[in-house]
Design a protein around this ligand. Structure first.
Ligand SMILES: Nc1ncnc2c1ncn2[C@@H]1O[C@H](COP(=O)(O)OP(=O)(O)OP(=O)(O)O)[C@@H](O)[C@H]1O
Ligand SMILES: [Mg+2]
Length: 251
């Protein structure tokens, strides 16, 4: 069974422990959500799974399809089908968005020039571009340079749609998006999941999850998983805040 597994992960950055004994499993086609207060370790978890070099895995393992990827560099992880849409997408000077997308696709598919070998690729790109609400002009611009907050999120979504990763981590895909953007993002996440992508959504809000009904919501606090449950958790948190979970925690 194809899965992403995080086993007893304890992680530090700058000698500060940011994740403690975190475990979960995600199958392809499933949606999982991670919630938790600011600074609880959500982005650290996403970056550790991607192999960001500043995070040190003290103990535990990350596996894709039973292969231990804990010590692989980020590009090897992406070749195995992982993609992270960043909370704060980075600006890449000197590289057009179209170039970034095609070079990632060529690498993933082991092709020299997809533009020649796959006649469907341009129509697909144009469709996805339209669907996420960006224009041809964005494709020709340097990656994220001068993009608005919402445009950056849409550009990350576009890359995910083109790459169709096995496992996709979306770090606050709903932050900075307008209402239409949130609907589109939810629809596209559903589409990817139905095509077999396993998806982790990091979010502070129930509004995206309402459309998606994730299999599980995991709440982390101070780097530890403190509660796991169904969609009802996101409503409880939105309505009452994380303090509302205290009863649960002390029980
Ligand atoms: N380079 C660093 N040096 C020191 N501490 C760091 C560093 N990077 C992250 N941290 C700390 O790790 C903790 C977890 O941060 P993280 O970004 O994972 O939180 P988060 O759950 O994503 O929060 P938010 O909801 O605000 O995005 C925070 O206390 C943060 O200050
Ligand atoms: Mg974060």
């Amino acid at each position: 069974m194809s899965s992403l597994k995080v086993e007893n992960l304890t992680v530090s950055i700058e000698n500060k422990v940011v994740l403690r004994d975190v475990s979960f499993e995600l199958q392809r086609g499933e949606i999982l959500s991670i919630m938790g207060p600011n600074g609880s370790g959500k982005t650290s978890l996403a970056l550790t799974i991607m192999g960001h070099p500043r995070y040190r895995v003290i103990s535990g393992r990350i596996l894709i399809d039973e292969e231990d990827i804990t010590n692989l560099p980020p590009d090897e992880r992406s070749l195995r089908g992982l993609f992270l849409a960043f909370q704060n997408p980075v600006e890449v000077r000197g590289i057009r968005l179209s170039t970034l997308i095609f070079s990632a696709l060529n690498k993933r598919r082991g092709e020299k020039n997809l533009l020649k070998s796959d006649p469907q690729i341009i129509p697909l790109l144009m469709k996805n571009l339209r669907d996420v609400g960006l224009s041809n002009e964005h494709l020709q611009r340097e990656v994220n340079l001068g993009f608005s907050g919402g445009e950056k999120k849409r550009s990350e979504l576009l890359q995910a749609l083109m790459l169709k990763p096995k496992f996709l981590i979306l770090d606050e895909p709903d932050s900075g998006l307008d209402v239409d953007g949130i609907k589109i993002t939810a629809e596209k996440i559903k589409e990817l999941a139905s095509q077999g992508t396993g998806i982790i959504i990091i979010t502070h809000y129930a509004r995206l999850l309402k459309y998606l009904s994730p299999r599980e919501i995991i709440v982390i606090r101070d780097g530890k998983i403190v509660t796991r449950g169904g969609s009802e958790l996101s409503y409880l948190i939105e309505e009452k805040g994380y303090e509302a979970l205290n009863g649960d925690l002390n029980a």
